[in-house]
Ligand binder design. Structure first.
Ligand code: AMP
Length: 188
């Protein structure tokens, strides 16, 4: 089987984090999480961290050109070339998706998989593990923000014939089996 080269999408409460870990354990791609990369840059106080810190804290998007540069650099590293990638948190905008196409170049565009969990179920899951300051209203607001930024992206991947939707309801094992089907290219 070829190396996994996949963009993973899914709202908070979709189980994306758990499923990313299982995909990495099973297929060995490098988990490239732009949120993690930005948070460590902030912690380490790098140039990038100083520029992006306030935006990350406020939950606002870091400018496209900055993000595209970071991801292009990361995807060019040998570990990614050898083992493939699971791209998490990027692209966040259609401009980033266009840039990803250019970054991939001859290797071709990466497929995107959306772990689909209805908003009400995602809200319930998040409420059940929420901290006390995490009100239902705040959770709903975060999910809405995700919706408005992700909707155009889903449309982008769909238009390019690159979107797979996986039902995120059911047990972890059930969801993982559905992901395996997408990753291994077997008929659904
Ligand atoms: P995440 O952990 O993916 O939710 O990312 C945490 C924060 O990092 C986001 O709220 C943004 O401020 C920033 N961020 C992560 N990925 C991107 C991206 N692709 N484009 C712009 N900002 C991003």
């Amino acid at each position: 089987m070829e190396a996994v080269r996949l963009v993973i999408l899914g709202r908070q409460g979709s189980g994306k984090g758990t499923q990313c870990a299982r995909l990495v354990a099973t297929y060995g791609p490098v988990h490239v999480s732009t949120g993690d990369m930005l948070r460590s840059a902030v912690e380490e106080g790098t140039d990038l961290g100083r520029r992006a810190g306030a935006l990350v804290d406020a939950g606002e998007l870091v400018p496209d050109d900055v993000m595209i540069g970071i991801v292009a650099e990361r995807l060019a590293k040998q570990d990614v070339v050898d083992h493939g990638f699971l791209l998490d948190g990027f692209p966040r905008t259609p401009a980033q998706a266009d840039a990803l196409g250019e970054i991939m170049g001859d290797a071709g565009l990466a497929r995107a998989v959306n772990i689909d969990v209805p908003v009400d179920e995602a809200t319930d899951r998040m409420l059940s593990r929420a901290r006390t300051d995490d009100t239902e209203e705040a959770i709903r607001r975060r999910l809405q923000l995700y919706e408005s930024t992700t909707e155009p992206l889903l449309a982008w991947f769909e238009e390019h014939g690159l979107l797979s939707v996986v039902d995120g309801l059911g047990t972890e094992d059930e969801v993982f089996e559905r992901l395996r089907t997408v990753v291994e290219g077997a008929p659904a």
